[in-house]
Write a protein that binds this ligand. Structure first.
Ligand SMILES: *Cc1c(COP(=O)(O)O)cnc(C)c1O
Length: 353
């Protein structure tokens, strides 16, 4: 890693939801799993139970795997849906396109990612259809998967009806449907739905179910609702360096988080902080909200001098994600006091313009 010297006063509170620590429930579950010896590579009691907990949560039989991060979860899942001459359709701002260093193409041995536009970070289904129908000759990589992100990269949500419409479009054109759910918990909490309603009931074949940003130390679950697509996925994980030998430390937190309800509580806390920030930010003259804040982020369009002013006041945030605006991301650890401090500084920099 390169060493960047940051002031000790840097306020990281809103940089990303992965700047947060490990929540107490996930930590306690790891501690509980840390009492002596256990079988390795997932042959332990916690891993079996974590799979069961996830099946219970989704109220269906499904195949569940655990990997270290979202890039692996997405790209290995997509690789199992496609052959090398296929293509994956996704939004032009999708994480798999912009933030995974070509991992989907790499792990699928060349499957091409095809981009479609769409308002508020959501794929325009007409554009998906046009992409499928545009060519059917042998010279074009055959569309085989549709990948959507829930909650999206810009903090918006697909409603239940929109998920169903995506599922229908996928079925109509024989595409497998993948959901990047790095923030799936935030979507469930915000929509107030059962997890099944925005997954298998809507036609989702495989979901990348995020743990890290929800308060885990590390780890994402890959959930195959279409069990046939999980064929030999364990080998795929192993070959990609994604089979944890001390698997219980990736899986025990899923039990603790799901049994305690902390996964939803954490997501709801992050969401409500974003809602609060949005409601305060709109009141400040000159501040423009770029996308409706439906999950746990708020994107603000701010004059360059205001961005500079906030940075000078110690705030650290991203401006390269998705849209180019200033992204303020809330996590399970965000407190209303953090929002108050940020809003105070925002008001002050805007008034000085
Ligand atoms: C954070 C994130 C991921 C996972 O990223 P990793 O750094 O590989 O864990 C995947 N998709 C989205 C939309 C994300 O925000």
């Amino acid at each position: 890693m390169s060493s960047t010297s940051k002031s000790p006063n840097t306020k990281y509170n809103f940089a990303s939801d992965n700047y947060s620590g490990v929540c107490p429930e996930a930590w306690a579950a790891m501690e509980e799993a840390n009492r002596g010896y256990a079988c390795s590579y997932g042959d332990d009691a916690w891993t079996g139970k974590a799979c069961e907990s996830i099946r219970d949560l989704f109220e269906t039989d499904c195949e569940v795997f655990f990997v270290f991060n979202g890039t692996a979860a997405n790209s290995l899942a997509l690789a199992s849906l496609c052959k090398s001459y296929h293509s994956i359709i996704c939004h032009e701002m999708a994480h798999i396109e912009t933030d995974e260093c070509g991992a989907s193409e790499f792990f699928s041995n060349g499957t091409k990612v095809l981009l479609v536009p769409g308002e508020n970070g959501k794929v325009d289904l007409d554009a998906v259809e046009q992409t499928v129908l545009k060519r059917s000759d042998i010279h074009y990589p055959k569309p085989r998967a549709l990948s959507i992100t829930q909650a999206t990269e810009v903090g918006t949500l697909y409603s239940v009806a929109e998920m169903q419409a995506a599922g229908e479009m996928a079925r109509k054109h024989s595409l497998h449907l993948h959901v990047d759910g790095a923030r799936f918990a935030n979507a469930v909490a915000a929509l107030g739905v059962e997890p099944k309603e925005i997954s298998w009931q809507a036609g989702v074949d495989v979901l990348t179910f995020g743990g890290t940003k929800n308060g885990f130390a590390v780890g994402e679950a890959v959930v195959f609702f279409n069990k046939e697509l999980a064929f030999e996925f364990d080998y795929r994980c192993k070959q990609a360096g994604q089979l944890a030998s001390k698997m219980r430390f990736l899986t025990a937190p899923w039990i603790g988080m799901l049994e305690s309800g902390a996964w939803l509580k954490n997501a709801a806390q992050a969401n409500s902080c974003a809602r609060l920030l949005e409601s305060e930010a709109v009141k400040i003259p000159g501040v423009k909200i770029m996308f409706p804040s439906q999950a746990n982020s708020v994107f603000l369009e701010l004059p360059p001098a205001a961005l500079e002013g906030l940075r000078a006041a110690g705030w650290h945030f991203y401006t390269f994600i998705g849209s180019g605006g200033a992204r303020f991301m809330c996590s399970w650890e965000t407190r209303t006091d953090d929002i108050a401090l940020l809003v105070q500084d925002l008001r002050s920099v805007m008034s000085r313009l």
